[in-house]
Design a protein around this ligand. Structure first.
Ligand SMILES: Nc1ncnc2c1ncn2[C@@H]1O[C@H](COP(=O)(O)OP(=O)(O)OP(=O)(O)O)[C@@H](O)[C@H]1O
Length: 444
């Protein structure tokens, strides 16, 4: 740019190393555990009632590195912790644990003025360009605001830079005096970009920046972001739930599930050679653009468990179609697959009450697994079969179904390596020579 401001030209750091490094970063929130359920009698306190607080493990022990100039895509279902991670990196949220190194400097050690200065190097743009732009401020002022906050340039310099930035992001500099409402959604997101770039950052967290835009506009804004990345030497952490957006913009992709990173690889490797069952399910659930194919998003079964009490070991195991057989039982792959399907059906109560022989026929082709596994399955069947004491209408049987669920989960699911150990494996790559990490015991 002709105003050519590089605030940090003199700062030195190892440019061959990562721009940003996270080591064991967690962000837990305290939240009240519902209304009356959370109230506890505590005679040592006055008043003798305390509110029980739960810990939401929004981001839990995340380690990763972001290289200068790259775009790391961060993808996962709603609520998996993407935004919390982005905000924690920028120290907009205080990390509960862990270290965040930016240009080799631990942000956790910074406070006050030092942190404020670092903040100009790290900017964020948000999903909703409507609400993140103050409707009472003119576009020029909006873009100049961060520069003013960081004492950058004089009035005239800021104005010149704002106009130049308007042009850089694809808007007309003559619109400097207009208000945000005069712009379309895509244009407002461009204003956001100009504002973020005004302080000449190195790193930008982009939190779902195109999700609120029409698909036809999304590609244009993404292309502008790519062009600006080259021109300004930016590094992006790009958060999105939309895989086609992630595929468009990312160099590498991290997949997040319930506060953990479950897979990380170069974009091509991740899309062409996904190795985590969660990533595979996400990729398979990309909606088919054929209107007759409605309902094609059914691959991911079940609800995401609560981040207050997430599953042990692999967090995806409660929904995983590839849960590994527990050791100590002598069964074939087929018997384990049948048992898994039965366990799932009992847990979700997806079949009508019926006689034991029909359950056996339907789930096990008429013969139960041998040995102890078979006895446990038989005990579970007895709890829900109509000819072994359960009610044919199934009305009062929720305790029996719950007991059958507990029996199967405790005997089988909880004994799987997937429940006992948190997985993390580095894999050989098929596409390119980047690192490929998958948190799945299938790769043990
Ligand atoms: N301030 C807060 N207090 C308590 N819980 C929170 C808070 N902020 C986020 N959470 C919880 O943390 C988890 C992660 O939320 P987060 O917004 O980071 O997910 P996300 O992947 O960005 O989802 P989305 O795409 O819907 O924004 C969620 O369960 C959310 O309810």
């Amino acid at each position: 740019m002709s105003s050519g401001v590089r605030l940090d030209e003199e700062r030195e750091y190892d440019r061959d190393g990562p721009l940003l490094e996270l080591e064991g970063v967690s962000k837990h929130f305290a939240q009240e555990s519902g209304l009356l359920a959370g109230l506890e009698f505590d005679p040592s306190e006055f008043p003798p009632i305390s509110v029980d607080r739960e810990r939401v493990l929004a981001v839990d022990d995340v380690s990763l590195a972001i290289q200068p100039g790259e775009t790391l895509g961060l993808v996962g279902e709603s609520g998996c912790g993407k935004s919390t991670l982005g905000r924690t990196i920028l120290r907009l949220l205080e990390p509960t644990e862990g270290d965040i190194y930016f240009k080799g400097e631990n942000l956790a050690d910074l406070g006050g003025e030092a942190l404020r200065q670092r903040r100009s190097d790290m900017q964020m743009i948000f999903q909703d360009p409507q609400s993140s732009l103050d409707p009472r401020m003119k576009v020029g002022q909006i873009i100049e605001e961060p520069m003013r906050a960081h004492d950058m340039l004089d009035d005239e310099g800021r104005r010149a830079r704002a106009k130049e930035l308007l042009e850089k992001v694809g808007l007309d500099p003559r619109h400097y005096n207009r208000y945000p409402h005069a712009f379309s959604g895509g244009q407002r997101q461009r204003i956001n970009l100009a504002r973020a770039l005004s302080v000449d950052p190195d790193f930008v967290v982009c939190d779902e920046p195109v999700s609120a835009l029409d698909v036809s506009i999304q590609a244009q804004v993404l292309n502008t972001m790519e062009r600006l990345q080259d021109e300004f030497g930016l590094t992006y952490l790009f958060i999105a739930h939309d895989l086609s957006v992630i595929r468009h913009i990312s160099d590498r992709v991290a997949v997040m599930y319930l506060g953990h990173i479950v897979e990380l690889a170069d974009k091509e490797e991740l899309f062409e050679n996904p190795q985590h069952p969660y990533t595979k399910a996400l990729l398979e659930s990309i909606p088919v653009p054929d209107p007759r194919e409605t309902g094609s998003r059914g691959v991911l079964e079940g609800e995401v468990p609560s981040p207050v009490d997430p599953p042990s070991g692999c967090r995806f195991r409660t929904r995983c179609p590839r849960l590994i057989a527990p050791e100590g039982y002598d069964w074939t792959d087929e018997e384990w697959a049948q048992t898994r399907a039965f366990m799932r059906a009992i847990k979700r109560r997806t079949f009508e009450p019926m006689a034991a022989a029909r359950i056996e026929a339907e789930f096990f082709g008429g013969s139960l697994p041998g040995g102890e596994a078979g006895s446990i399955v038989d005990e579970a069947i007895s709890l829900v079969a109509t000819d072994r004491g359960a009610d044919a209408d199934g009305d009062d049987d929720s305790e029996r179904w719950a007991a059958a669920t507990d029996l199967l989960l405790e005997a089988f699911a909880a004994e799987s390596i997937c429940a006992r150990e948190r997985p993390a494996y580095e894999l050989a790559t098929e596409y390119g020579d980047g690192e490929h990490v998958a948190a799945c015991h299938l790769h043990r």
